[in-house]
Design a protein around this ligand. Sequence first.
Ligand code: NAI
Length: 434
Amino acid sequence: MELRTLSPADLCELLARHGIRRFFLVWDEEAGRIQASHPLLEPLAGLLEEDQRDFDRHEGVFVQIAQRTGVLQSAFVHRTCRGQGAGGTRYWRYDTVEDFLRDGLRLARGMTHKNALAGLWWGGGKGVMARGTGQVTDLEVRRLMYEEYGELITSLQGCYVTAEDVGTSVEDMAAIFRRTRFTTCIPPELGGSGNPSGPTALGVVRGMEAALRHLGRGTLAGKTVAVQGLGHVGEPLVGFLAERGVRRVVGSDIDPGRRELAGRFPGLDLEVRIVERGDNSVLAEPADIVAPCATGGILNSRTIPGIQAPIVCGAANNQLEDPERDDAILQERGILYLPDFLVNRMGIVNCADEQYGYLEDDPRIESHLGDTWDNSVFNLSLKVLEEAERSGRTTARVALDLAEERSRELHPIWGHRGAAIIRSLVQTGWAGAD
Ligand code: NAI
């Protein structure tokens, strides 16, 4: 059986049989290849090296089986030129080791681009923990699992800073914070910025407004918006849309509990549809805007032909299943696509400067949401849309090129320190250390 096709739980078993508790896959710039910490893991290094799509010379992938809970935990560090690799920790179910790795790689790279476009002095990283590994039987064990994740982050000596993501709550962040200083999104009562989802939703609204402006379609007032996913971001998004006079929202979710949202927003015609996992029919709703706010990979050759709305703008990370192909299909269909990493920055912006203190209505944060700063979500979205129109390139390509360029700028004080930290982890035998 190949390593890549194993389930994460079977990988844990295999590693345990070989006495391996931690492993890394680190990009060796000089050798031009990936260095695996153990010969057993060489096939995964080979998988990444041959990959053209998701692997992008990520500086380091660090994986551990948590000692007490047995959960497979990881940190993916993509590029740290602008500063520490920063991005949230996802607790999610994966069928195979390959799915687990690909998700981490893609998400970490997306964070590099998001942070660079937002002008943050941070590189890109992401944490991934595999549901279904270990024995997470109750809330006490769950807390322990996040504490162990905090220990993993501490062991990485600051090349990765974590935050909240899908499957992880603010309480979980508090558990991480018990074991590491390299985290954000901790609860306000511990001096943090708390749940970032409301600001994320507001940033998405600003992206929508830029798209409407670009198309000469006025404001959100009176419009119809289809929202996939009524979770932490989707729910406040509906509220902000209602505040801006949107007439109708069709929202879908797989969680029947979300039905309770119907009737919560006076003046808004809100229809909540409960769907099966994998049902993307809401994307084909007749609407002015479609907002994917659930999972990634939902814009693809199967869904794009059905989209009727002229604008796609939502919070979900990695919406394009194949970034090289699907943005072109959207463009051919005349659909204006606001790349996720351009408009969903506010979650990370909200927690980015936690260590510098926190203000109500922080002007630093507000500047991202306004239209006076040229790098605000609204203005940068307009710039990307205009450049795409002028050059004939897709919006995703324009945003990506700009993000790539910015992501290679060196941190004005610390330079490429993250890469130095990773080298020292390799030299000091991180994977063998307890
Ligand atoms: P969440 O887990 O709170 O909400 C997602 C919702 O989507 C859940 O209610 C879930 O039941 C639903 N869902 C899952 N599959 C679905 C499907 N096929 N159809 C309809 N609904 C479905 O997650 P959250 O925090 O709202 O994030 C949503 C997306 O936005 C994720 O992709 C996340 O990575 C991204 N994002 C979130 C940020 C934040 O601040 N929370 C920041 C940046 C990105």
